[in-house]
Design a protein around this ligand. Structure first.
Ligand code: SF4
Length: 163
């Protein structure tokens, strides 16, 4: 679960993007959420310069070495993004997570969209680096607008007998 969606102030600008979704609150109460910020776990500070995947590519291209993650001033932060994605995967596997709920639009956590790499506020279709790695390992990723879909996915997987 993207830590910023749970109110942790880990975003590049030092803020959070807390979600008030009722399902999240319930899951939190039940201790089912693992908060995680791949960029912080990858070694980047808070705050930090905004970063985008070059060329409007998605996270899969970064995993495959076909695109880099760059800050606005051109610093290559690809290694930190990859380290954060690997740490997120390790945390997901260790906790037995079957789904992840990640913050849309982020170069790490985006699910359907990322920024186009030109730092002009335009989004393109694509996923973040962590999303791409989790999906490659069979973890289903939903954004913060699809939490109900995540719940339905889990209910279908677990079947009627599971709690
Ligand atoms: Fe939130 Fe993900 Fe960005 Fe961390 S990397 S601040 S969890 S969107």
């Amino acid at each position: 679960m993207s830590a910023c969606l749970l109110g942790r102030r880990v975003r590049f600008d030092g803020g959070a993007k807390r979600s008030d979704d009722a399902l999240l609150a319930a899951w939190r109460e039940e201790g089912r959420l693992v908060p995680f910020c791949p960029e912080v776990e990858g070694g980047l500070p808070v705050p930090r310069p905004p970063a985008e995947i070059e060329g409007g590519a998605g996270g899969a291209a970064v995993l495959d070495g076909e695109a880099r993650v760059l800050t606005r001033d051109g610093r290559d932060v690809t290694d930190a993004f990859l380290a954060g994605a690997r740490a997120a995967l390790d945390a997901a596997v260790a906790s037995g997570a079957r789904v992840a709920i990640l913050k849309e639009g982020s170069p790490s956590c985006g699910v359907l969209t990322v920024y186009d790499g030109a730092f002009r506020g335009r989004k393109v279709a694509g996923e973040g680096v962590t999303t791409a790695l989790l999906e490659r390992h069979g973890i289903r990723v939903f954004n913060e607008d699809r939490i109900a879909d995540a719940a339905r996915f889990l209910a279908r997987r677990d079947g009627p007998e599971a709690g």
